[in-house]
Design a protein around this ligand. Sequence first.
Ligand SMILES: O=C(O)c1ccc(O)c(O)c1
Ligand SMILES: [Mg+2]
Length: 589
Amino acid sequence: MHTSIATVCLSGGLTQKLHACAAAGFDGVEIMDSDLTAAYESPEEIRALCARLGLRIEMFQPMRDVEGVDAETFADNLRRAEAKFEVMERLGAELLLLCSNVATATADDDELVAAQLAELADRAAARGIRIAYEALAWGRFVRDYRHAWRIVQLADRPNLGLCLDSFHILSLGLDPAPIEEIDGDRIFFLQLADAPEMELDVLSWSRHHRLFPGEGSFELPAFLGHVLRAGYRGPLSLEVFNDVFRQTDPVATARHAHRSLRWLADRAAVAGGWEQDRLEPLQPPRGVDFVEIAGEDLSDVDRLLQQLGFDFAGEHRSKRVRLWEAGEARIVLNEQHRGSEARLAGIGLRVDDAAAAVRRAGAIGASEAFRWTLEGEQRLRGVEAPDGTQFFWDDRAGRSWRDEFGGGERGAAGLRGWIDHVNVGAGWEHFDEAVLFATSVLGLTAETSSELPGPQGLVRSQVLRTPDGAVRLACNLAPPSAPEMPRHLAIRVEDAAATARLARARGLEFLPIPSNYYDDLEARFALGPERIGELRELGLLYDRDAHGSFVHFYTPTLGGVFLEIVERRGGYPGYGAANAPVRLAAQRG
Ligand SMILES: O=C(O)c1ccc(O)c(O)c1
Ligand SMILES: [Mg+2]
């Protein structure tokens, strides 16, 4: 696989972008003329920089709105083209991207369009330049790649072919299967972009909301399969117009972009049954082994866990680390982090083959997590998520690392629990990347995202989980005004009311819930005075759907973390989303 990326995906000046592309491991770039025009470096200097960085200039987009116009306009377009061919020669670029005319075309006449493209191609041929014609979804007359292919066939020039762009094809709902009927040698270039489902005009959708493969709702592995089966062997090039990626660190974005291509090539290889570009198989985790909270002084978290009914399971024999347990729920408190307040720092996952998970993560470009490990201790290996949360894999069911803890008493307090879900949060600049990380590295499945009303506006929320629900992460998009939203850990218990009563008796204060909430609850579910009275007295939240019911409560926030206790009855699949506004408002105080 040859990888390429359009410079329009990244922020910064052209030379900065090129350095970022090279550092991320791309083999080539597509350059948009606006990037070159705004650069102080000459085309020769850009060419030399690319050569030094080991980047091929795969394609250059120097002009638009060329074909389907009257004779006078076309004559001027040819003059423009000659000037741009010269720039391409200086740049060392031999493939020119020509988008279908969106503005100046006056004739819906394939013969005329083909004749004009043929003339342009002949002039380009004299300079050794090839032209890739791309149907834009909002083209004046040419919007469908099959239409563009008919025109290219009519023009019949060896140096005129197609540029296929997944966005223009899939956004219009066009069937990608007939791509296989196109002669693969005439597909000169392939641009790849994903996108979320949206009700929006296609131009705005394309210019602002494209995503890297694996982050939206397009079936890109299947799409790529069609293109490869047509015989295309050119580079896979990302062309992602997105306001977030245009504002964030280009080095980080380029790495993120490269990871998305590795993911896509692997998925296409698996679906298509070919060996090339395969990664180690994805391993959906079997469960959560532990959750780690880190900070300088976690004594208030100790108190909280004791009040909730967790057992103190011991201190680590050589590190300032403590273990608390409630049945299958294991919480590690790590005080090796000077100067930081409590935060949710890591998650241990159980998999069948931890070494294979680490290899796959490395191949896809995830950063390995660093962890102090002393002689004789189990080495936990894992990776860092885009927001810095560490994920560790263990295939020994947690027994060996737990043996490193001593001096506690397991089973004393008697609370039985499981880690139900972990809210990992993500800043606005990491959200889409966090989704790709969870699917491509952790082997989780993304559910459709939803929006929860909060006191500072809607909070975008994305659940990532295993199909069996053994591992569930909730990723909430923090608003720019509150980038450090607290994260939380939800413990599932058999009886949330009993847990709440005991915790209250041990002095735990809950997040206060407004009385209006219980009036509303009674109106919605007619639970009866006794049940409502109990919920109100204990400060519990409630939800119900066709599958079952959900009772939960929240602890106060300690530093940057809080806990939630949940009880699921029947097959209730959700997270009490209806109660999120109450919780978010209560936490705001
Ligand atoms: O939005 C655009 O103008 C634009 C330009 C070049 C492309 O390849 C494309 O897909 C869109
Ligand atoms: Mg394109």
